[in-house]
Design a protein around this ligand. Structure first.
Ligand code: ZN
Ligand code: ZN
Length: 105
C-alpha cells in the first residue's frame, strides 16, 4: 500500500564543528558551510579574540571589519590566534594585537 507520506522533513543544518564556536561576531548566526559561489567566512581577531564574520555580514555591512585588529606590520586583517598570540597570516608577524601597550622605553 502506498501512502502519500511526503512529509518534507527539514534537514537540520547544524554544522557546528566545535561546541565553543561563537558563530558570526556581528549577527550571531551559527557557522555553516557557505555555498561555493558565496564568499567564505572571514576569520579575524577582535580585541585579542578569534572571531568569525559570516558572508552575509561581509556583504551587508561596509564596516564589517572596522572592529577587527590589524597587523601592526602590514595592516592585514588576516590575523589568527595561536597559543594566545596574534599571528598575521599574511606576513607572519607575531603580536599584532593592538590591545597591549607598547612600552618601548
Ligand atoms: Zn553575520
Ligand atoms: Zn602582517
Amino acid at each position: 500500500m502506498l501512502l502519500g507520506f511526503d512529509h518534507g522533513e527539514p534537514i537540520p543544518s547544524i554544522l557546528v564543528q566545535a561546541p565553543s564556536d561563537p558563530g558570526c561576531a556581528l549577527c550571531g548566526r551559527p557557522t555553516y558551510d557557505p555555498d561555493k559561489r558565496e564568499r567564505p567566512w572571514a576569520r579575524g581577531v577582535s580585541a585579542g579574540r578569534q572571531v568569525l564574520i559570516c558572508p552575509a555580514c561581509q556583504g551587508d555591512r561596509p564596516d564589517w571589519n572596522a572592529n577587527l585588529d590589524r597587523c601592526a606590520a602590514c595592516g592585514s586583517l588576516r590575523l589568527g590566534l595561536t597559543l594566545g598570540e596574534v599571528v598575521c597570516r599574511q606576513c607572519g608577524h607575531v603580536g599584532a594585537s593592538s590591545g597591549k601597550p607598547d612600552s618601548g622605553a
